[in-house]
Design a protein around this ligand. Structure first.
Ligand SMILES: NC(=O)c1ccc[n+]([C@@H]2O[C@H](COP(=O)([O-])OP(=O)(O)OC[C@H]3O[C@@H](n4cnc5c(N)ncnc54)[C@H](OP(=O)(O)O)[C@@H]3O)[C@@H](O)[C@H]2O)c1
Length: 346
């Protein structure tokens, strides 16, 4: 059995992963920055008669990281499976977000995993047979998301770090794999809304409020079960052939495929607008030409012969399990690709 350490286990994927590893009889260290938030995990573990060790670990704090990892290493020599799961978002525009709030996202999502990896890897490397799982996001493989740019940047950075580490560890008996979820029902969006606060009077307020509402309601209406992500984390840890990137969730591969097929931010923008429209559980914002309102979907439209890329898009969309998006894109992929992104002046 392996020794597992997971960060950010007070809720969401971290909590579910701790239970998933413990169910498989791994020696599981569930860490969180505030142990007062352990009640749900403790109750659920007790209900299943699972053994889970709790440790305080704040990934923003170097001393907290080295002391928690030091405890595990003192008991077991090395961590076998390190899961870097802790993460935050902070909604806000690039222009108006307070820099400290923006920096906090990089601190937790990027520098947090750097701290745990630097603390744990020497012993993992010496022992061998170890794996580092970085919980990234589809955001790390797509163009930046408006009003969530710090989050996008942090996940792109985490992906680049993981890919570089994968190459550095070539020939060394330690693997690295990212688990990249799409939309899932956790506390993430609610926590991020609470964190976002503009620096001054905000000209982006209406667009941002709409997008945050869209995210919140999309998670409620369409978000996947976090248990699926926990199972994907366990699979990536168990499978010696797991690739560096492991997408999880219905929308994840569609989004990443579409972004790759689009090939540029300019081509992605109308697709993103269309996707938002096709899935939106919140009303569009009337006639105002907002960036997120392109035009109403018309499922009777047929696609005219499009540029070669449209073929790829049809292929990508056909692979999706989401029939509403399939149908809609099937009708529109050629059209949206030939359209120009809506621009608006403030
Ligand atoms: N939910 C999604 O749709 C989604 C999609 C793609 C990727 N992800 C990624 O999945 C990971 C887990 O998020 P989640 O969706 O499960 O959200 P969540 O329910 O909000 O859980 C986030 C966890 O991270 C912890 N955390 C935050 N800052 C920390 C710090 N400085 N030190 C230690 N722990 C800290 C939180 O602890 P507190 O309770 O103390 O705040 C919480 O336990 C994140 O990396 C996120 O970016 C989520």
């Amino acid at each position: 059995m392996s020794v597992v350490l997971i960060t950010g286990c007070s809720s969401g994927f971290g909590l579910e992963s701790a239970l998933a590893f413990a169910r498989r009889d791994h020696t599981t260290y569930a860490t969180m920055r505030d142990l007062a938030k352990a009640d749900t995990l403790v109750d659920r573990a007790a209900a299943e008669n699972l053994d889970i060790e709790l440790l305080a670990l704040d990934v923003d704090d170097a001393t907290s990281v080295t002391s928690a990892i030091g405890v595990v290493q003192a008991r077991h020599g090395a961590i076998d499976i390190l899961v870097n799961n802790a993460g935050i978002d902070c909604f806000g525009s690039v222009e108006t977000t307070d820099l400290e709030r923006a920096r906090a996202v990089m601190e937790t999502n990027f520098w947090g995993p750097v701290r745990t990896i630097q603390a744990a890897l020497p012993a993992m490397r010496a022992k061998g047979g170890a794996v580092i799982i970085n919980v990234s996001s589809v955001s790390g493989s797509m163009p930046g998301t408006p009003y969530s740019s710090w989050y996008s940047a942090s996940k792109h950075a985490l992906n680049a770090l993981s890919e570089a580490l994968f190459i550095e560890l070539d020939g060394i008996d330690v693997r690295v794999a990212c688990v990249d979820p799409g939309f899932f029902k956790t506390e993430m969006v609610r926590n991020s809304r609470a964190r976002g606060k503009a620096l001054r009077s905000d000209p982006y307020e209406a667009d941002q409020a709409w997008l945050v509402d869209f995210f919140e309601k999309s998670v409620e209406a369409l978000g996947g079960d976090p248990v699926d992500v926990a199972e994907a984390i366990v699979r990536a840890a168990d499978d010696p052939e797991a690739p560096v990137h492991n997408l999880v969730g219905q929308s994840a591969s569609t989004l990443v495929d579409l972004a790759r097929q689009a090939g540029s931010v300019e081509a992605w923008l109308p697709l993103a607008v269309s996707l938002v429209e096709a899935r939106s559980p919140v009303p569009a914002r009337g006639d105002e030409p907002i960036r997120l309102h392109h035009r109403s979907p018309d499922p009777t439209e047929t696609a005219p012969p499009g540029p070669p890329m449209a073929v790829g898009l049809h292929w990508a969309v056909d692979r999706s399990d989401d029939h509403r998006v399939n149908h809609w894109f099937g009708a529109r992929a050629g059209l949206v690709l030939t359209g120009r992104p809506t621009r608006r002046t403030r």
